[in-house]
Write a protein that binds this ligand. Structure first.
Ligand SMILES: *Cc1c(COP(=O)(O)O)cnc(C)c1O
Length: 425
């Protein structure tokens, strides 16, 4: 579900014709739908309402301060992975007592900032990190809570680069090792180790890996409790599927239907860290066709967005539906999918202007014919889109626009040439 829809053959973001945004702000541009973010958040909360649940939106998915602001106003907590993300949350007025902090390489500076802020849980990824946290907390007279990140060794069957819950990844500790960590640190007086964290990785499309992970984790929690340790919370991480393809992924209600009965009577607070499932289809990257070129038996649609703006296709082999924002009646896409062969479509590669063969958005994709000057929507670009963008090829980052009903505003200016060298003087 999202609020990017065609009306009379024109693409609207909520109540705004996206062509109007292109005219006023230029292209390429990220266009976010506030209602989509909030609707996803609401659905997650509703789905898990039977248990004491804190939803901690994963900041790295999409971190513009204006977005964090309205998520905070809606009561969301935040999952962070750096001091910079903590700063963003604080600047957005987010409730730091609902912040959880993961990451295998937290620096002393970052840890001290999080101690001072008073976050909910440090999600601990190794014994060495925990020892360091104990030392720093002692020095600063703090008594933080921590969750141990465990590796349930579950394969979410996603791209290897987005798989984080298998044994051979750098994240967390094995389930077997978790008991030894508690034996050593579980009664520590400085850091209260009282929760378990798991995060399987991104973009799985079935409920099963979660069921398996919860199953293994609950067994661990039982063993720990039997050994006298107090476990108050289970943080199930993120990675819930997002609809890059229409109705491809389980809904929050479907995940919850499997997960909630398992933990309902376990006297556990539940923490969820959804990123992509909240943000992904809350944005499009609007881009303009610069040239159409044929060669080597192929047709290339060259657009003004590049891999520096959205790197997911080459990095993760990710699919993004791409479609013109103005189409005739027979080309209104009823579904977003790879092989939408409507009458009169042609097979093209959609590529950017960057000097890399990896600079593509789609390969061998059926699309209505386009010409120079046409606008295309690259859909489901809200998660790991702008946040992964760079200045490669000395390209300024594109503008970000937030749509709210029939209004829109620029929430991040397009970077100018001067911005490219501003820190280099
Ligand atoms: C990235 C990340 C998330 C969010 O993952 P999504 O796939 O965007 O839902 C949640 N928790 C942790 C620890 C992460 O690193």
């Amino acid at each position: 579900m999202d609020y990017f829809t065609y009306t009379n053959g024109r693409l609207f973001a909520e109540g705004v014709d996206v062509e109007q945004i292109a005219n006023e702000v230029g292209t390429a541009v990220y266009i976010y739908s506030k209602a989509t973010f909030l609707e996803h958040l609401r659905k997650v909360r509703q789905a898990y309402s039977e248990v004491d649940t804190t939803v901690c939106y994963s900041v790295k998915a999409c971190s513009n301060i204006n977005i964090l602001k309205f998520m905070a106003e809606a009561g969301s907590g935040f999952d962070i992975v750096s001091g910079g993300e903590l700063y963003r949350v604080q600047q957005a007025g987010g409730d730091v007592s609902k912040v959880v902090y993961a990451g295998v390489g937290k620096t002393n500076r970052e840890i001290i900032e999080a101690l001072d802020a008073g976050i909910a849980y440090f999600n601990i990824e190794s014994e060495a990190e925990l020892e360091n946290l104990i030392e720093l907390a002692d020095q600063h007279g703090k008594r933080p809570k921590a969750a141990l990140r465990v590796n349930p060794d579950v394969d979410p069957k996603t791209h290897t680069y987005t798989t984080t819950g298998k044994k051979e990844t750098k994240f967390g500790v094995d389930i077997e090792r978790a008991e030894r960590v508690f034996a050593e640190f579980g009664k520590n007086k400085t850091v209260e180790l009282c929760a378990i964290h798991v995060h399987l990785g991104s973009a799985g499309h079935t409920v099963e890996p979660y069921v398996e992970a919860v199953d293994k984790t609950l067994a661990l929690i039982d063993r720990l409790r039997n050994s006298g340790f107090r476990i108050e919370a289970l943080d199930l991480g993120g990675g819930y599927g997002a609809d890059y393809v229409t109705s491809q992924s389980p809904t929050a209600a479907e995940y919850a239907a499997a997960i909630v009965p398992m933990i309902k009577d376990k006297d556990l607070k539940l923490i969820l860290e959804p990123g992509a499932s909240i943000a992904a289809n809350a944005a499009i990257l609007l881009t303009k066709v610069l040239y159409v070129k044929t060669g080597g038996g192929k047709k290339f649609v060259i657009v003004d967005a590049g891999m520096n703006d959205l790197i997911r296709p080459p990095l993760y082999d990710a699919f993004h539906f791409i479609w013109p924002v103005k189409v005739d009646g027979r080309h209104i896409p009823a579904r977003r999918e790879k092989d939408l062969r409507l009458p009169g479509t042609e097979v093209v590669d959609v590529v950017g202007p960057i000097c890399e063969s990896a600079d593509f958005f789609a390969k061998d994709r059926p699309m209505p014919p386009t010409k120079r000057g046409d606008l295309l929507g690259i859909f489901t670009a809200g998660a790991y889109g702008f946040t992964m963008s760079s200045n490669y090829n000395a390209r300024g980052r594109v503008a970000e626009v937030l749509v709210d009903g029939s209004n829109f505003k620029v929430i991040r200016k397009r970077e100018a040439y001067e911005d490219l060298i501003a820190l280099e003087k």
